[in-house]
Design a protein around this ligand. Structure first.
Ligand code: PMP
Ligand code: GLN
Length: 383
């Protein structure tokens, strides 16, 4: 293994899901739903499989899916794109993120990101030979995560190539505010950088609203916006994602993507096109169900003694383990399945400054209510 990849071990999601299987614990670790997505989408995939959509699709994705991605972005976020030149279908958001960074960063370029960060960010930046410049998200007295403006300003410099922004944010559940987004947009323009935005939880906002950075003045031309079907349509195993942006950035991404995977699962593409066209009620209903799950889990974790931080969106909520006598999230999560029959994920592994997250762990609530209740019952028995 090359030296630069040696610090990256097995991902925490793989480690914790294996622990869940081995111990029979309730798995609130890795973020995947335990129910299937919309029936119309599943039927369309089955039909496409049987109907012969089984050979290589076009590099950028089938036209029906590219049109559906554009129509969805226009409907929900008011962004206008050309489906022929401004959209690329990818193997999940993960490939889009990797291809974007590999396409835009020269060796030693710097990528400003927020920590805790989704684990593939650090690996993709390293694969590109670039350097991450993390800005720490810290919980405030109101239990909401924020960052220090001076720290963000200081992270930008002459080598900054791009900002990698995830909102709604995994693992904190933070939804970046309009003022925070305006500051990020200002800095991108002042330093003439690109932005790559990971918006896979775009429909899972329980308070406030989701705002794509690409929609802010001056940002459209410098932003690659990434999303994925996995979260919105409960099909994380399908790995159908996409990137949208100005043609020159999308074509740069495709230049790399053609040698990573070339193209992706053809029968799933018409199915995701169907899902993206579902009526508004699907999207609002899905968010309402997840919001109810969040409330259920937050109430339960609080009753079990955790100090629960505020999650405005995503599949996740973070909690402070110190009220339960924990000091180190990794040790706590390794013991929890045996001790309490529940799997959670320590968030400190998503920081460079690990002290900032040492006492925080993440629980996923994209699970059936009875599964959340079972986990809560077990956790209450801990104290
Ligand atoms: N970004 C974030 C913030 C995520 O949480 C995830 C999946 N959990 C991904 C990217 C990867 O998405 P995909 O499965 O579509 O590659
Ligand atoms: N994105 C999922 C999570 O945050 C996991 C994805 C993975 O296992 N790589 O839990």
């Amino acid at each position: 293994l090359v030296a630069r990849m040696r610090p990256f071990g097995t991902t925490i999601f793989t480690e914790m899901s294996a622990l869940a299987l081995r111990t029979g614990a309730v798995n609130l670790g890795q973020g995947f739903p335990d129910t299937d997505g919309p029936a119309a989408m599943l039927a369309a995939a089955a039909e496409a499989l049987r109907g012969g959509a089984n050979q290589y699709p076009p590099l950028a994705g089938i036209p029906a899916l590219r049109h559906a991605i554009v129509a969805h972005e226009q409907r929900f976020w008011g962004l206008a794109r050309d489906p022929d030149t401004e959209v690329a279908v990818t193997a999940g958001a993960t490939e889009a993120i990797a291809a974007a960074i590999l396409a835009l960063c020269e060796r030693d370029d710097e990528v400003v990101c927020f920590e805790p960060y989704y684990d593939s960010y650090a690996a993709s930046i390293t694969l590109a030979g670039a350097v991450r410049r993390p800005v720490t998200l810290r919980p405030g007295p109101d239990g909401r995560y924020g960052f220090d403006e001076a720290e963000l300003r200081a992270a930008f410099g002459p080598r900054t190539r791009l900002v990698l922004l995830n909102t709604p944010h995994n693992p904190t559940g933070k939804v970046f505010t309009p003022a925070e987004l305006a500051l990020i947009a200002e800095l991108c323009q002042e330093h003439d950088t690109y932005a790559v935005t990971d918006e896979v939880y775009e429909h899972l906002v329980f308070e406030g609203t989701h705002t794509p950075l690409a929609g802010l003045p001056g940002m459209r031309e410098r932003t690659l916006r990434i999303s994925s079907a996995g979260k919105t349509f409960s099909c994380t195993g399908w790995k159908v994602g996409w990137a949208t942006g100005p043609a020159r950035l999308v074509s740069a991404l495709l230049r790399v993507k053609q040698f990573l995977t070339f193209v992706n699962a053809s029968p799933l593409q018409p199915a995701v096109a169907v899902a993206l066209g579902l009526p508004d009620e699907y999207f609002t209903g899905f968010a309402a169900a997840l919001r109810a799950n969040r409330d259920r889990l937050v109430t339960g974790l609080t009753a079990a003694g955790f100090d629960v931080l505020h999650a405005e969106g995503t599949y996740f909520v973070t909690a402070d383990i110190r009220p339960l006598g924990g000091t180190d999230g990794v040790a706590f999560c390794r013991e929890l399945p045996g001790r309490g029959g529940v799997v959670a994920v320590p968030t400190q592994v998503f920081y460079d400054h690990q002290d900032a997250g040492r006492h925080l762990i993440r629980f996923a609530f994209c699970k059936r209510p009875e599964v959340i209740d079972e986990a809560v019952d077990r956790l209450k028995a801990l104290t």
